[in-house]
Each structure stands twice: as structure tokens, then as C-alpha cells.
Ligand binder design. Structure first.
Ligand code: SF4
Length: 389
């Protein structure tokens, strides 16, 4: 039987970080409860809502069991724990109790003893912790709410509450970051010993205030203090070495885990397994279709109150797009792509596609397995552009 993942989007934050390119908003807390009510209504009535929005679930999908839940955002840890409990009760009522991995994204300044205990009793067993950096100068420069001290305060609270699986996010490329400060962040991370680590490179695009400023050549939002591409690549490579020495398994371009702590939910995305996304802007994948809800939280709430699902994008997954996804997602994983399997499933020969990449040193072939060349992990986007040509 298919094991489904569920993603729940909570699109609210306390402030907007300068580098943030997500659809999240800073709103009055009075809007949290109506949003959660809408979410619960979507979870309860999803089959009917999908039908009326033109989303066709494959046959037998209603029997699929759910084993992972990921509550992301935004800053879902901002919500009153009772609201998160409502969401979890609704998920269990609709999809059963066999939840193996339930992740909550939490920002350090929002963690409190009472809240952490309530998260655990709601069934949350993994926290994805928005550390980003241990340098106050970098945190201030990026417009983050927390400081280094909040990280040290929050981790023991989570541990004492019974969270045995914590993931730290770090960002390489924040304004004011230096070789030394990056090394310090990695060392402090090592002392706190999370089970899982994600390292993201700062994204420069029109979607964030900092990105826009950098593209325009301006200096606001500490744009002048953003490290260059070569430095960022060096930070990433330092992380690869450092985390490898600490015994973390590098299983995806941006993700490392202590043995057995790879994120089951994230692996579903990488392995093209089905998941349902609930909430404003949430994306879903049934195996045959991809779709996304409207981003605007207020529009989402009004539509659900009117018993309508505001689907913004709806695309069938064609054979060609499925093959592109297999290649792109396969190369993101350090285990690489099983070329023989893909050739059998899709009836194609991949040799012409990989020959050029291999001779350019972008990928490595080892029998039937193709992987990104280790030196190209930090510039994977360039490889993907070549791959999709
Ligand atoms: S906390 Fe996360 S989602 Fe919220 S503004 Fe900052 S980066 Fe964006």
C-alpha cells in the first residue's frame, strides 16, 4: 500500500527575514485560528474539494496510509500549541494513527517549555530548527528574530520535552559571514549534536528584498556584505568535510543525517512518492498530477469557507516531465541515479544525455549509477541547467 506524506503550510512569521523568498506574511495573531479552521476543513473534506477543483486522484488513493507529516512555513511554532493539536487531531482522524515521522519547523525564539511539551503530546517527534547561523552579526544582518543565545536556550528545552530527532538549518552566504564565522557555526552545531543538518546556499532572486537589492547592485539590507559565489562554494565544501568528519551521512545535496535519521518525509519528495499539501500555497503530488493551492492566506480561508478549494496550478505529470524529475531529483541524491532502472521504465537511452556531462566533469558514472561529480555539488544548479538542455 502507498505510504503518503502530508505537508501542512502555516504561512505566518513574526517579521520578514531579508533573504526570504517564501510566500509568508506578518499578520495579527487573530488570523491564526480562522486559518487553522480552514486547514482542518480542507483535511476533512479533501476528496470532495479536489473533485470540485478538477484534481483527479488515482484509483485506490483513498486507501493510502499516511506515515509522515511535515508542518512547515512560515513559522508554525508561533501558533498556540492547541491549534497545532487541532491540525494533528484532524490528520489522525482522516488518515490514521500510524505516523512515523511528524516534523514541526520551529524558530529558536519561539521555543518554550510548555509549548515543547504540548508539541510532543500532539504527536510531534521531530523539530526542524531554524538556526541559520550562530553569529549575532549575521542574524541581525539577515533580519532574523533570534540570537545565538536563543539556540542554546531552546535545544535543552526540546530535548527535555522528549524530542529525539532535531534538524538544524544553516545558511551559507549570509551578509557578514566569513570563513571564521562559518567555521564557528559548524563547530557550535557539532557541540549541540543535532541528528540531522540542512545547509542551504543563500538564494539571490527577485523573490526577496535582499535578492532584489543584490540584483539591482544596491547596498540596502547589508547587500554589500554578502560573500561572493566562490566564498559561498568554499563554505559549502567546508561543511561537507566538517559534517563528514563528525559522522553525518551526506545523502542529498543540502542534507546530512546521523545514521538512520535521514528525513523520511523529504525522501518522499526526492523519490517521487505521493504527498498531499494542505494550506495556502501548499503543493501536492499524486503520481499522475501536481497541483498547488492559492498562496494568499486570506483568499485561501475565504475559499474554504465557501467550500471551494482555491487551486492555482494543476498539471498532469507527462512521461517527459516524469523523466526530467527522475533525473533532477536523482542527481540531488548522493546515491545517484540508477540508469538501468530509468531506461527500463521510460524506454529511453540516457547515454547521449550523460556523455557530454561526463566528459565535462559534471557527473561521474560508476557502472549503472550516475552521480554528480563531488566537486560540482556546490554548483549543482549549473549541472542541472546543462542536463535539461
Ligand atoms: S522565518 Fe523563515 S519563512 Fe519566516 S520570513 Fe524568515 S526565512 Fe521566511
Amino acid at each position: 500500500m502507498t505510504q503518503l506524506g502530508i505537508y501542512v503550510q502555516i504561512p505566518f512569521c513574526q517579521t520578514k527575514c531579508t533573504y526570504c523568498n517564501f510566500h509568508t506574511g506578518v499578520v495579527s495573531s487573530a488570523r491564526f485560528s480562522p486559518y487553522v479552521e480552514a486547514l482542518c476543513a480542507e483535511i476533512r473534506g479533501y476528496e470532495e474539494l479536489y473533485r470540485s477543483a478538477g484534481v483527479a486522484l488515482p484509483e485506490g488513493f483513498e486507501k493510502a496510509a499516511v506515515d509522515t507529516v511535515y508542518i512547515g512555513g512560515g513559522t508554525p511554532s508561533l501558533l498556540e500549541p492547541g491549534l497545532l493539536q487541532r491540525v494533528m487531531d484532524e490528520i489522525r482522524g482522516r488518515f490514521g494513527n500510524e505516523l512515523h515521522e511528524v516534523t514541526l519547523e520551529a524558530d529558536p525564539e519561539t521555543v518554550e517549555t510548555g509549548k515543547a511539551a504540548a508539541w510532543v503530546s500532539a504527536g510531534i517527534n521531530r523539530v526542524s530548527f531554524g538556526v541559520q547561523s550562530f553569529s549575532d552579526k549575521e542574524l541581525v544582518g539577515a533580519g532574523r528574530m533570534h540570537r545565538r543565545a536563543d539556540i542554546y536556550r531552546a535545544v535543552p528545552i526540546l530535548r527535555e520535552a522528549g524530542i529525539r530527532n532535531i534538524s538544524f538549518d544553516l545558511i551559507a552566504g549570509l551578509p557578514y559571514q566569513t570563513k571564521e564565522s562559518w567555521r564557528d557555526s559548524l563547530e557550535e552545531l557539532g557541540k549541540l549534536g543535532p541528528e540531522h543538518v540542512s545547509v542551504y546556499l543563500l538564494e539571490v532572486d527577485e523573490g526577496s528584498r535582499l535578492g532584489k537589492e543584490l540584483l539591482a547592485g544596491g547596498a540596502r539590507y547589508s547587500a554589500g556584505a554578502v560573500p561572493g559565489d566562490d566564498e559561498m562554494a568554499e563554505f559549502y565544501e567546508t561543511a561537507c568535510e566538517f559534517l563528514g568528519d563528525l559522522g553525518y551521512h551526506h545523502y542529498e545535496i543540502s542534507n546530512w543525517a546521523k545514521p538512520g535519521f535521514e528525513s523520511t518525509h523529504n525522501l518522499k519528495y526526492l523519490r517521487r512518492e505521493p504527498y498531499l499539501g494542505f494550506g495556502a500555497g501548499a503543493h501536492s503530488f499524486s503520481g499522475t498530477q501536481r497541483w498547488a493551492n492559492a498562496h494568499d492566506a486570506a483568499d485561501y480561508v475565504s475559499a474554504i469557507q465557501a467550500e471551494r478549494l482555491p487551486v492555482e496550478q494543476r498539471e498532469p505529470v507527462t512521461r517527459e516531465s516524469a523523466l526530467e524529475e527522475e533525473l533532477f531529483l536523482g542527481l540531488r541524491q548522493l546515491d545517484g541515479i540508477d540508469v538501468g532502472r530509468i531506461e527500463r521504465v521510460y524506454g529511453v537511452s540516457l547515454a547521449p544525455r550523460f556523455e557530454g556531462l561526463e566528459s565535462a566533469g559534471l557527473v561521474k558514472r560508476d557502472g549503472n549509477v550516475v552521480r554528480l561529480a563531488p566537486a560540482k555539488l556546490s554548483v549543482s544548479n549549473e549541472v542541472f541547467v546543462e542536463l535539461m538542455r
